[in-house]
Design a protein around this ligand. Structure first.
Ligand code: XMP
Length: 511
């Protein structure tokens, strides 16, 4: 039987992925795709409706992403969100106007219809707006179903075509989940039986189909994402997979040994360890720009994998544990014109020309969804609970150039911080914690002597999916013991600061 699906077209909004996330939370299956995708992609799906996401473009821009014309003849329900609504209006001969003033933030929505999209929602409620352009003339036969103080047409409807100017997918829209649920279940009548279990079943089948008789190598860092990727692929194709763990010299204290033990004994994978630390450290010599560091590391990883793959017969695929947050922040989305925040090395850092095809089965999932998949695959709690660690490793936690001396300082400081939060039973309550070696030297006094040494920053955040994060409220006594241990035990450091910024406006990593 074909899988019921809601197709979400991605017009490049930072929030787009949240639409699919909300639907998945409702156990509704959806595909998140580029608007230019060919209809044939869905041959194994039973499409029940379409959602056009928001995006940073204006329908007036010459190169703005277009309406996928093939969906018209399907006569299925369509929901346009923000840019998606303006696209629908434009397509149906309404009028959209460019405005200089953005409407951004909370707004009170007044519902003036009994449309199914607002079923079980109070007539007045709060929504989240984030748009510049707006609709000034409704398309013929469309009717307004809700408004706000600044938008006379905050939602419209015509038969099974609906548009909302606000963002139902963000938490600030009070009844956002209900709106998406009404669209998918009441209007599209899709089924709500999607679970991690059938994600695994579908992935196993897709991996087998995609790989055929070829062999796959999987880049493993020992983190949650790459371990789950390898376990999933191993389950699908067994001995056709060889996992390669590259020690790039940018790992934390004792990490290399621990990872190898876990991969071999814990997961039963066929793993090769390649020590490429000298190559990486040499390539990073004198490099201070974070984007350049990522690109160099990404390129070097691929070089190592390509070299190793030549030693194994018939390798055509490189598997990676790329997640959706990496994809979004690297802005790789085709046609969507997102702004690059960081080119996460395993996405934006890949060289343009590569001999291996990519296999990224977790590419559409968020971290917490991946942990669910891991649980389902039987991966142990200790591994699943490990804090995320970025592919470029400590290189992006050392401000400025990367040297062995700095790496050693950072390893020791980071290890102390983690030991102390584990001792205080905080490790599992914190989403990610680490130390950063800043490029600030500061004056201190130790004994009777003046010192002029390095400043270490410690950072701990709580997050659900890395898209946003709050700094963690670590008790003073824990911070105090971390600070005095780092100063006493790590040579070359005379100052420790705690980072109290959230994401946004900061990012989790310092680079
Ligand atoms: P940021 O710093 O972008 O981090 O707020 C969000 C999450 O992603 C991790 N991160 C990376 N992971 N390659 C990765 O595999 C990268 O280049 C990269 N940069 C950041 C970061 O540790 C956090 O969990």
């Amino acid at each position: 039987m074909k899988q019921d699906t809601i197709v979400i077209f991605d017009y490049g909004s930072q929030y787009t992925r949240l639409i699919s996330r909300r639907l998945r939370e409702l156990s509704i299956f959806c595909d998140l795709v580029s608007p230019s995708i060919d209809e044939s992609f869905f041959k194994d799906r039973n499409i029940k409706g379409f959602i056009l996401s928001g995006g940073p473009n204006s329908v007036f821009d010459k190169n703005s992403p277009k309406f996928p014309s093939w969906i018209k003849k399907k006569n299925l329900p369509i929901l346009g969100i923000c840019y998606g609504m303006q696209l629908l209006a434009n397509e149906s001969k309404g009028k959209v106007e460019k405005t200089d003033k953005r409407e951004y933030g909370n707004a009170e929505l007044t519902i003036n219809s009994n449309s199914l999209i607002f079923k079980n929602i109070p007539k007045k409620n709060n929504v989240w707006m984030s748009h510049g352009d707006k609709i000034i003339n409704l398309p013929p036969n469309f009717k307004i179903i809700a408004k706000t103080k600044n938008s006379f047409c905050a939602a419209f409807e015509h038969q099974n075509i609906l548009g909302v100017q606000f963002h139902p997918e963000v938490d600030n829209t009070e009844y956002g989940n209900q709106i998406l649920s009404n669209f998918a279940l009441e209007i599209c009548k899709t089924s709500n039986k999607w679970t991690t279990k059938n994600f695994i079943e579908t992935s196993l089948k897709n991996i087998k189909d995609q790989v055929g008789n070829n062999n796959v190598i999987c880049g493993i860092s020992g983190g949650v994402d790459s371990s789950i990727t390898a376990t999933l692929i191993h389950k699908a194709i067994g001995s056709q997979l060889t996992s390669i763990f590259v020690d790039n010299g940018l790992l934390r204290k004792n990490e290399s040994e621990e990872i190898m033990k876990f991969l071999k004994e814990g997961l039963g994978l066929n793993v090769l360890r390649v020590d490429a630390s000298d190559v990486f450290i040499n390539k990073l010599k004198d490099i201070t720009d974070p984007e350049q560091k990522r690109k160099i590391i990404g390129k070097e990883f691929i070089n190592v994998f390509e070299k190793e793959s030549k030693k194994i017969k018939n390798v055509s695929f490189l598997a990676q544990g790329t997640l959706y947050s990496d994809v979004v922040e690297s802005a790789i989305i085709k046609d969507g014109h997102q702004v690059v925040i960081k080119s996460h090395h395993n996405v934006g850092g890949l060289p343009e020309k590569m001999n291996l095809k990519l296999l990224e089965p977790l590419r559409l999932l968020f971290k917490d969804e991946v942990r669910e998949i891991g649980k389902e695959l039987g991966i142990n709690k200790e591994i699943l609970g490990r804090h995320p660690f970025p592919g470029p490793g400590l290189a992006i936690r050392i401000m400025g150039d990367v040297t062995d001396y700095k790496l050693n300082i950072l390893r020791e400081a980071d290890n102390i911080f983690i030991e102390e939060i584990k001792k205080a039973n905080l490790y599992d309550k914190i989403w990610q914690a680490f130390a950063v070696l800043t490029n600030t030297q500061s004056v201190g006094v130790m004994g009777d002597n003046r010192t002029y040494q390095k400043c270490v920053a410690i950072r701990a955040v709580n997050s659900r999916d890395a898209m946003t994060a709050d700094w963690s409220d670590i008790p003073y006594e824990v911070l105090s013991s971390v600070s005095s241990r780092i100063i006493n035990e790590v040579e070359g450091v005379n100052r420790v600061v705690y980072d109290i910024t959230s994401k946004p406006p900061s990012t989790i990593e310092w680079e």
